[in-house]
Design a protein. Structure first.
Length: 127
């Protein structure tokens, strides 16, 4: 399992997931692209199709981040930074993180469960 921490960032007024530094792009991907049960289920379905052998690789593009899911590992990358690098422009930003696919699936579920619980607590506190 990948070490993680779910925290509420008072300055940003949002829930965050903190992962080891080499997984910073996975952290950003989760916070930006996994915002609903639908997005979680779409990602987990893509993982299942690859793990079962139905597909060799599953590519997906979101708002800012893209994913390349393979049986053993998943590559999460910043689509904008990749385009800039292909054009010869180095933005100085991190491009990608590589994570074992099984851990990626676990983190997608952990993140969405935490986000759903946080949203429920917010609804309950406004009653």
């Amino acid at each position: 399992m990948i070490p993680y921490e779910i925290v509420f960032d008072d300055k940003a007024d949002k829930l965050r997931i903190c992962l080891p530094e080499h997984l910073s792009i996975v952290e950003e991907f989760l916070e930006v692209e996994v915002r609903s049960e639908l997005s979680k289920n779409l990602i987990l379905d893509r993982i299942q199709r690859v793990v079962s052998g139905e597909e060799e690789v599953s590519d997906g593009t979101g708002n800012l981040y893209s994913s390349e899911i393979r049986r053993d590992y998943t590559r999460i990358y910043n689509s904008y930074v990749e385009e800039e690098l292909e054009a010869g422009i180095d933005t100085g930003e991190d491009l990608e993180s590589i994570i074992e696919t099984r851990y990626f699936a676990e983190l997608v579920t952990i993140w969405m469960d935490a986000l759903s619980e946080h949203r429920q607590q917010q609804r309950d506190s406004t009653k």
